[in-house]
Design a protein around this ligand. Structure first.
Ligand SMILES: CC(C)(COP(=O)(O)OP(=O)(O)OC[C@H]1O[C@@H](n2cnc3c(N)ncnc32)[C@H](O)[C@@H]1OP(=O)(O)O)[C@@H](O)C(=O)NCCC(=O)NCCS
Length: 155
């Protein structure tokens, strides 16, 4: 398998939105739940700061950094279900951290659900530390209220 990590371009919007919609269907790792309007998400996707993971040319993961005006970037990412546990997330994160340093950001931050062991292990592996916890922050479609763990990496 040939894994390529590259910055996203305008032509990638639709496949990015389709992957995002598929992961949202799991109602587990990312905050967004269905329905995801793929056309709307494709149109509004911030391509700048987004990286793609392509396995033999097929989109299998993406990571986005939203730069704040204050020197930190907020990170979000997802890997296609069938491709998890094979280093795709690690490859994306390594590239993104390097990019953020080159951009002159001083910090990356993110929110993760406490049950998301794979994501928390990935972030810890790259040096992110837990900075706090927002209690009952996310109301799910079921009505459940989920905490969010805040993590950060000083660059
Ligand atoms: C979180 C996610 C991006 C990780 O991507 P991935 O490609 O599976 O990650 P990797 O294969 O690079 O694994 C990275 C590390 O995570 C850990 N890990 C992976 N899967 C794990 C699991 N199921 N349980 C515990 N730890 C796990 C390992 O420590 C691994 O490092 P190692 O291989 O050097 O030991 C992926 O699971 C995903 O997209 N989940 C759904 C969406 C989501 O939760 N996004 C993040 C929201 S904050």
């Amino acid at each position: 398998m040939q894994l390529e990590i590259r910055p996203a371009g305008d032509g990638d919007r639709r496949q990015l939105a389709l992957l995002f919609a598929a992961v949202a269907e799991e109602r587990d790792g990312i905050a967004t739940e269905p329905p995801v309007d793929v056309d709307v998400w494709a149109a509004k996707w911030r391509v700048e700061g987004t990286f793609l993971a392509l396995a033999d040319g097929k989109l299998v993961g993406s990571l986005s950094i939203e730069e704040s005006r204050f020197g930190f970037g907020e990170l979000g990412m997802a890997v296609a279900r069938d491709w998890r546990g094979r280093g795709v997330g690690s490859a994306l994160l390594a590239t993104a951290i390097e990019w953020a340093r080159e951009r002159g950001l001083h910090k990356l931050t993110l929110s993760v659900f406490p049950h998301n062991a794979a994501a928390i292990a990935l972030y810890r592996k790259f040096g992110f530390v837990e900075e706090g916890r927002r209690v009952k922050q996310y109301r799910r479609a079921t009505g459940e209220l989920w905490d969010a763990v805040e993590m950060g990496l000083l660059l």
